[in-house]
Design a protein around this ligand. Sequence first.
Ligand code: RB5
Length: 148
Amino acid sequence: MNIKRIYIASDHAGFLVKDESKKLLLDLGFEVVDLGANSAEVSVDYPDFAQILCQKVANEDEAYGVLICGTGIGISIAANRNPDIRCALCHDTFTATMAREHNDANVLAYGARVVGMGVVQEMLKAFFSTEFAGGRHQKRVDKLGCCC
Ligand code: RB5
């Protein structure tokens, strides 16, 4: 997969895991842009950060995203309101791999209160190295635009 840039964002609950995730992505050689939040102490609203990141990912070629909140649930729900975003809430290597292979996900979400950094590292590696399989999955992904 061609990856020009990875945007990363979280709310306060995901702040520390975002910082660690950013370091892991930089170590893997990716260009990473951190869109906040900037503190674990100041309470913020996850939809605001999902919206900022999704606008970036949707408007740039070969841009991907990582979103983190306490559970990953709220921030992934918010992200999927953008019709150009396929945000996958993942919990392990298998879901992170399938999110790319079957769903052509362009944003990976996870919960800072759900997964440890070991799992995060494996998910990041899996997600950002797995190609979309296309074929029968393409028509299903195409139908995502008209689900509702
Ligand atoms: C914040 O306390 C928490 O509700 C949020 O990070 C997230 O888990 C929501 O889905």
